[in-house]
Each structure stands twice: as structure tokens, then as C-alpha cells.
Design a protein around this ligand. Structure first.
Ligand code: GDP
Length: 366
């Protein structure tokens, strides 16, 4: 599964959020599968109302949602890029993840210390950004040192261009900017792909606000929103303490009541999970048989054979064709048979680009 790493300064509510994630993971695991995972990794279902709808219509023996992993990357502090507070270890953990969930403290509480004084979400964000940028600068400069000779003396235009891209990255980082905002072309990105730069990873922010502000946000979360407007990043306003409490409730009726007391229709965690999924540019297709209705994760833009490979690698090699029903059609007509009768079941070949929500049935050679 794809991984999102939870990062942030100390005492901003990361562990509280991760508790909510891992409680949900445990609750879900007991339902239909068992999963052993490291203590700092939580595997959670991606909430999808379409799956419930398909369950209603198909009445399968079981329903399997798709999942995403959250990794708790505690311990980042100011100076991490210089190795402070085991900084290098934590930065290395970030290198492994596909996306970053950056938790920012947007609540006041005199009992919970903030090293840098008054609550300041924008400055908190910049402290972490700076650490990631410094680490990236280090990676970029090392690669420049390794490749400089070849770029300058050799006649290889590719090596020359790569060196140019590295220089561009270096200048950008030195201005205190993130690589994800550099707008490198796909081709130029290959020059730095092997570095897995931290500030190039997609990011979303969790504004951890006080209870009273979960619907409206507060001046802190608004300041944060304003500061990330230019990078087009999403800010999820939620209260991690409430989320942890919700996740501890085992009785669905209790949970429902608790949510309604806060005027919530679903846990904020669901919003976070869905946003992380979108951030990773993932989409879902479904298989809908009487044995099992299931959601499958693929990347946007994948063609049918590649999409089939997430079910089984043999499906890609032996791919013949796919029967496809759009989710809306499936719901409108109520069954595969009814879709077929109404000409809503399409036969698609190797070049078909799978759409979000497609209900798929693959034909393949073994
Ligand atoms: P971490 O260091 O970022 O992992 O932060 P923790 O999750 O351990 O939280 C630090 C402290 O802040 C704990 O005492 C939490 O109970 C508290 N805390 C977390 N979220 C909130 C919140 O939304 N409001 C308030 N008042 N306290 C919170």
C-alpha cells in the first residue's frame, strides 16, 4: 500500500492523530482480516460510500475496501538536518514515504509547551520546511560534486542538462523554497529522481484546532491556509483529540451519538484519508461478484492491463479484454445483467484508460 508519513514539530498532536489512525486500523482488522504491521505504521481502509452502495445491490459474501498506510514519523526538531535529536534517522524515514501529512498546532494550551513561544503555525511550518530543504540541499550538492566533472568535460548533453537541473534545484532550495514548487518538467525530474528529495514529495496539512473551531477554523488555521495558498496545498481542519476519542469507541451507536454531539457526519480522519488518497493521485475501480465486492487502488492514467495487474500479475500478461460498467450505470440499472441488457456494459481493450469508479471484469489467458 502507499504510505503517507505524519510529520510535525513536537507537541503538535502527531501521536494523538496516529493513535486515531491505529485504533481505526485495529478495529477494521478484526472484521475481516488480520494484519501485522510495525508499531509506527497503521493500515487503514479508504472510506468509500460507493462500496456500500455496491454491497447493497450485489449482496456479496464479503466486502474489501482499499487501504492506505500512515507512518508515524515522530522526533523531527529544529536542527534535524544537522543531525540533532536523531534528526537524520527521522529524515531518512521521510524519504521512504510517498506523501507527507504535516500536522500543525493551531490550538492554545498553556500546559503544553511550545519551544518557540507563542502559537505560530506559519513559523512552525517553515521550521520543518527548512529542515527538509537543508537535507535536500545536502543531497543535491553531493550529486553535483559527483557529476560535475562529467558534465563539464564530457560531451554528453544529457549529463550537462542534468547538472543544470541540479544547479536549478540548489538555487531554489537556497532561497528557502520546496522542490515541489519548482515545476520541473517530467524529463528534468529524472535528473533528481534517484535523490528522493523530501521537499519534492506531495504534502497536505492538518490544522489541529481546538474543539470549538472544528467547523469554522480559527485565526491560526486561517493564517496557515493563507500561507499555503500559493503552493495550492490542502489544509484539513480537525481536532486530533476528538479523533482519538472517536476511534476508541467500539459501539457504532455510541460513535454516532458522539459525532452528532459535535455536529459531525463522519470522523475528520475520513476526510484526511480521502485527501491523502487524492494527493497521491490514486483512483479506485471495483470488482463486483457475489463472492466479493472489492475496491482496488491504481494510479490515475493507468490502462486496463496495468490496472488488472493489481489483482494478479498474470492478469496483465494474459490480458485479453475488460468488461466495464461505469459506477453510475451500475447503480442506475442495479446489476451487471441489467447493464448488459441496456447496452451499458462496454468491452474495452489494452489501450483503455481506467476511470475512477469503473466496475471491471477482466478476461485473460492463463
Ligand atoms: P506530538 O508530540 O506531536 O506527537 O504531540 P502529542 O500528540 O503527543 O500531543 C502533545 C500534547 O498535546 C498531548 O498532551 C496531547 O493530549 C495534547 N493535544 C493534542 N491535540 C490537542 C488538541 O487538539 N487540543 C489540546 N488542547 N491538546 C491537544
Amino acid at each position: 500500500a502507499l504510505q503517507a508519513g505524519i510529520v510535525g514539530l513536537p507537541n503538535v498532536g502527531k501521536s494523538t492523530l496516529f493513535n486515531a489512525v491505529s485504533n481505526s486500523a485495529k478495529a477494521q482488522a478484526s472484521n475481516y482480516r488480520f494484519c501485522t504491521i510495525e508499531p509506527n505504521i497503521g493500515l487503514v481502509d479508504v472510506p468509500d460510500f460507493r462500496l456500500l452502495k455496491l454491497e447493497e445491490l450485489v449482496k456479496p459474501n464479503r466486502v474489501v475496501p482499499t487501504t492506505i498506510e500512515f507512518v508515524d514519523i515522530a522526533g523531527l526538531v529544529k536542527g534535524a538536518s544537522r543531525g540533532e535529536g536523531l534528526g537524520n534517522k527521522f529524515l531518512a524515514n521521510i524519504r521512504e514515504v510517498d506523501a507527507i501529512v504535516h500536522v500543525i498546532r493551531c490550538f492554545e494550551d498553556d500546559n503544553i509547551l511550545r519551544d518557540e513561544g507563542d502559537i505560530n503555525p506559519v513559523s512552525d511550518k517553515e521550521i520543518i520546511d527548512t529542515e527538509l530543504q537543508l537535507k535536500d540541499l545536502d543531497s543535491v550538492e553531493r550529486k553535483m560534486a559527483r557529476t560535475e566533472k562529467m558534465a563539464k568535460t564530457g560531451g554528453d548533453p544529457k549529463a550537462k542538462r542534468e547538472f543544470e537541473v541540479l544547479k536549478l534545484c540548489k538555487e531554489h532550495l537556497e532561497q528557502g523554497k520546496n522542490i515541489r514548487e519548482l515545476g520541473l518538467s517530467k524529463e528534468d525530474s529524472t535528473a533528481i529522481a534517484d535523490l528522493f528529495l523530501l521537499s519534492a514529495k506531495p504534502v497536505l496539512y492538518v490544522a489541529n484546532v481546538d474543539e470549538a473551531s472544528i467547523h469554522t477554523g480559527n485565526r491560526f488555521s486561517q493564517a496557515l491556509q493563507e500561507s499555503v495558498k500559493a503552493e495550492g496545498a490542502q489544509v484539513i481542519v480537525m481536532n486530533n483529540t476528538i479523533e482519538a476519542q472517536i476511534s476508541e469507541m467500539e459501539d457504532p451507536a455510541d460513535k454516532e451519538l458522539f459525532l452528532s454531539e459535535y455536529g459531525l457526519t463522519e470522523p475528520g480522519l475520513n476526510r484526511l484519508i480521502r485527501s491523502a488518497y487524492e494527493l497521491l493521485e490514486l483512483i479506485t475501480y471495483f470488482t463486483a461478484g457475489v463472492q466479493e465486492v472489492r475496491a482496488w487502488t491504481i494510479h490515475k492514467g493507468w490502462k486496463a492491463p496495468q490496472a488488472a495487474s493489481v489483482i494478479h500479475t498474470d492478469f496483465e500478461k494474459g490480458f485479453i479484454k475488460a468488461e466495464v460498467i461505469a459506477y453510475e450505470d451500475f447503480v442506475k440499472y442495479g446489476s451487471e445483467a441489467a447493464c448488459r441488457d441496456n447496452g451499458r456494459l462496454r468491452i474495452e481493450g489494452k489501450e483503455y484508460v481506467v476511470a475512477d469508479g469503473d466496475v471491471m471484469h477482466f478476461r485473460f489467458n492463463v
